[in-house]
Design a protein around this ligand. Structure first.
Ligand code: ZN
Length: 237
């Protein structure tokens, strides 16, 4: 428990890999939101209840696979980071005080808002923004495309991956602190909507089938990363 309102914790769990236990695939989401402001509760259902729920579902899927004889070859680390909304503090702390070797951390799949649909996709909700996947490792982008083509067939929207994008989302969630340490990252994101960072970001507005589908894509990507014969190459080709 926190000692004071100024204290907070990251939460970490992992499943040890069977063949390469010292190589790590991270799946992360921030667990904080805005709190209570002027007496109003900022529910944060999409930001980031959706991401934290996705991390737990993926953890359960890997756990079930392990129990059924399909332990991943590499270790999978599940990380809920705190204090994202006030400046990515939890992930910065983790990246400067890593529990597992950063050198052997092959990828960070970061999930921040995956339960809603933005205005650009009002006519086709079958999408997810993919940000950062080709900036450190070309292979990482290839793997998520392969996972998507095989299992989910979402539109992978790279609009916000553009280097000159004014929104600068690549720098605005927790994966960025991993990228700064040279870890290949993907930021999975549904884009902003009318309830973004408002008290009205409530659970009844989440598109649950879509949240499940996007979570499957992230699970499949992690599965490939964990089980490929060779580790992900941290390089561009
Ligand atoms: Zn967020």
């Amino acid at each position: 428990m926190p000692d004071s309102l100024n204290d907070s914790q990251n939460i970490i769990g992992y499943i040890e890999g069977s063949e390469f236990p010292d190589e790590y695939i991270f799946i992360s989401a921030h667990s904080d939101h805005e709190g209570i402001i002027n007496g109003e509760i900022y529910n944060g259902a999409d930001d980031n209840g959706s991401g934290t729920a996705a991390v737990l579902e993926i953890a359960e899927a890997f756990s079930l696979a392990t129990k059924n004889g399909y332990r991943p070859k590499r270790s999978i680390v599940f990380l809920h980071v705190t204090a994202e909304e006030v400046g990515l503090h939890g992930s910065r702390y983790y990246s400067n005080h890593p529990v597992f070797s950063m050198k052997n951390t092959l990828a960070n799949l970061n999930i921040d808002m995956v339960g809603r649909v933005d205005k650009r996709h009002a006519d086709n909700e079958n999408y997810i923004y993919v940000i950062g996947s080709d900036r450190i490792s070309t292979e990482l982008d290839f793997i998520t495309q392969k996972a998507n083509a095989t299992f989910t067939n979402l539109e992978l929207d790279y609009k916000y991956n553009a280097e000159n994008d004014n929104n600068r989302y690549y720098y605005r969630s927790d994966h960025y602190n991993f990228a700064l340490k040279g870890v290949p990252v993907i930021f999975f994101f549904n884009g902003e909507h009318e309830d973004y960072t408002k008290p009205t970001d409530t659970a009844d507005k989440i598109n649950y089938p879509l949240l499940a589908k996007r979570t499957k894509l992230i699970f499949a990507t992690a599965w490939y990363l964990a089980n490929s014969p060779t580790p992900l190459k941290k390089q561009l080709i």
